[in-house]
Every structure is written in structure tokens, then in C-alpha cells.
Design a protein around this ligand. Structure first.
Ligand code: AMP
Ligand code: MG
Length: 269
């Protein structure tokens, strides 16, 4: 079965994260040439991205969300390596600046949407405004609860404007998160990655699960589907995400434009 179908959340599904196994590997094992497959997907992504750029009629937006240490940065580092920096832009959304906070929550997001011909990667996204904001009650419930529909309308607008949207929830277990945070504490090369926030947010794990379940239940649409990617095993996370991107670009099937001049009349010598 195509990964695209296997991990996609159907519109209006009532998602319970407990029903999804973060250790799932869809029948693959690591020895199963997983790395070779990943390399092939990366190469294929680069070819299709080049055609998307040449065509310049449509765009692809990849949204990455997940608990702390779920592997958002790792996915960018290991899966997006073949993309062309000239036509691809990754944006990390942090705590809003004072200028951003003085606008509607989609203002900063809209500015980062890829133009026709481009691939955009969101490391965190508009969904933080119904995740961290909901968990910490940074705005009243009446404000955040209206945002699910606002996000759906925004994504529908993007989609009608030629942006294909893929949203990946990187699903790790609470135990796997603990192991990764401990590793960040132990490994001098990873010390920099750990923050007070990671430890504080871990205590709110169950609240985040509830918030993510609302996102996945209310905002997986035909025009902007969510995928729940089993992410305890990094090699499988990379394989699944790269595979879904390739399947999607192949379905989009971007075409090189016809030459704008009569080639038979051109003499290069
Ligand atoms: P990191 O991705 O580890 O660099 O951390 C970025 C931090 O910014 C996370 O703690 C997010 O929860 C936080 N963040 C991102 N977007 C928002 C937002 N709209 N409101 C409040 N905090 C946010
Ligand atoms: Mg972090």
C-alpha cells in the first residue's frame, strides 16, 4: 500500500493517538535497504523539484509538527538534503516577535508560504496557535477554538492558489522522548539542544496529546491532509516522510514548459 494512504488521517476522523503505534515500520526493517530507499527518494525529490521550479505554476508546502524531540529538525536535515536552496525555503516558527504578535496569527505564516515553483518547509507552523497556545492558555478559549476553522479556510485558500500541502505529525512515545532528552543531556554535541522548556513541556504531555488529537481530528482535510508518522525509529520516519513527498510530487507531475521560441530557427554556431 502507498505510504500516502496508509498514514493519512481521513477528513473528520476522530483521532486517538493511543490507536497509533509510534514503533510501526509498515513491515520494513532497517536492514531492508532502508537507507538505499531513502537515498533514492532524495534523488527523485530533487528531479521532481526541478520540474516544479521550471513549471512555476504550483508549489509544495511541507509542515512538520511533533512533541519536543520528535525529530522535526532531524527530518529537515536527513530528508530535505537533496532540495535546491535556490527554490526551497525552510522556516522555523518560534515564540512570536512583538511585531508578529501585534497581527493576526496567520500573518507571519502567510508571508512564508512558498511561491509558485518553490518548496516550503515549516518547522512548527500555524498549529502552534492551537497547541502551545491552548495548553498554556495564552489566549482565551473563545479565541483559540475559532482557529481550527480559520486554519482550514486559510489552507483551502492556499490550496486553491496552487499550493499542495502535506502536514506531518511525527509521533513518538513518551518513553522515547525521555531517552532523547537524556541523550541531549549526556552528549556534549547535543547539549545545546536541550532547554528548560523541553522539561517543562514534558510535564504537560497529556495536555499536548489532547491538543494534537483536536488538530488531527479537525484539520485533516482533502486539500491539506495530516499524516501520523511513526517516529520512534528515525530511519523509518525519514523513509515514510520522503516516500510520501515523492508520491505526492509524482501525482502533481510538474511539467517542463514548452520552449517560448521556435528551436528549429535557433543557430548556436
Ligand atoms: P524550538 O522549535 O525548539 O526552537 O522552539 C520554539 C518554541 O517556540 C517552542 O517552544 C514553541 O512552542 C514556541 N512557539 C512557536 N510558535 C509559537 C506561538 N505561536 N506562540 C507561542 N509559542 C510558540
Ligand atoms: Mg525544541
Amino acid at each position: 500500500m502507498k505510504m500516502n494512504k496508509r498514514f493519512r488521517v481521513p477528513p473528520h476522523a476522530r483521532v486517538r493517538l493511543g490507536d497509533f503505534d509510534p514503533d510501526d515500520t509498515a513491515g520494513f526493517d532497517k536492514g531492508d535497504k532502508a537507507n538505499e530507499r531513502l537515498e533514492k527518494n532524495i534523488a527523485r525529490m530533487a528531479e521532481l523539484e526541478y520540474r516544479l521550479y521550471a513549471e512555476s505554476q504550483r508549489a509544495l508546502l511541507i509542515v512538520l509538527q511533533g512533541m519536543d524531540a520528535a525529530g522535526k529538525d532531524g527530518t529537515v536535515r536527513h530528508v530535505m538534503t537533496g532540495l535546491n536552496p535556490q527554490t526551497c525555503r525552510a522556516t522555523s516558527f518560534k515564540v512570536p516577535s512583538s511585531e508578529e504578535a501585534a497581527h493576526d496569527f496567520l500573518w507571519r505564516i502567510h508571508k512564508a508560504v512558498p511561491a509558485h515553483g518553490e518548496v516550503g518547509i515549516f518547522n512548527r507552523s500555524q498549529y502552534e496557535d492551537v497547541l502551545v497556545v491552548r495548553v498554556h492558555e495564552l489566549v482565551p478559549k473563545s479565541v483559540w477554538s475559532a482557529r481550527y476553522d480559520q486554519i482550514n479556510r486559510f489552507e483551502e485558500l492556499m490550496s486553491e492558489s496552487g499550493v499542495t500541502i502535506l502536514k506531518f505529525f511525527l509521533h513518538i512515545s513518551k518513553k522515547e522522548q525521555l531517552e532523547r532528552l537524556e541523550e541531549r543531556l549526556k552528549d556534549p554535541n547535543r547539549n545545546w539542544k536541550i532547554s528548560d522548556a523541553d522539561i517543562k513541556e514534558r510535564k504537560r504531555w497529556d495536555d499536548y496529546v489532547t491538543a494534537y488529537e483536536a488538530v488531527l481530528s479537525r484539520c485533516s482535510t482533502s486539500y491539506a491532509p495530516w499524516f501520523v508518522i511513526p517516529a520512534n525509529k528515525k530511519w523509518f520516519r525519514n523513509l515514510a516522510v520522503s516516500q510520501i513527498i515523492v508520491e505526492t510530487l509524482e501525482r502533481m507531475d510538474p511539467k517542463f514548459p514548452k520552449p517560448s521560441i521556435d528551436l528549429s530557427k535557433i543557430k548556436v554556431k
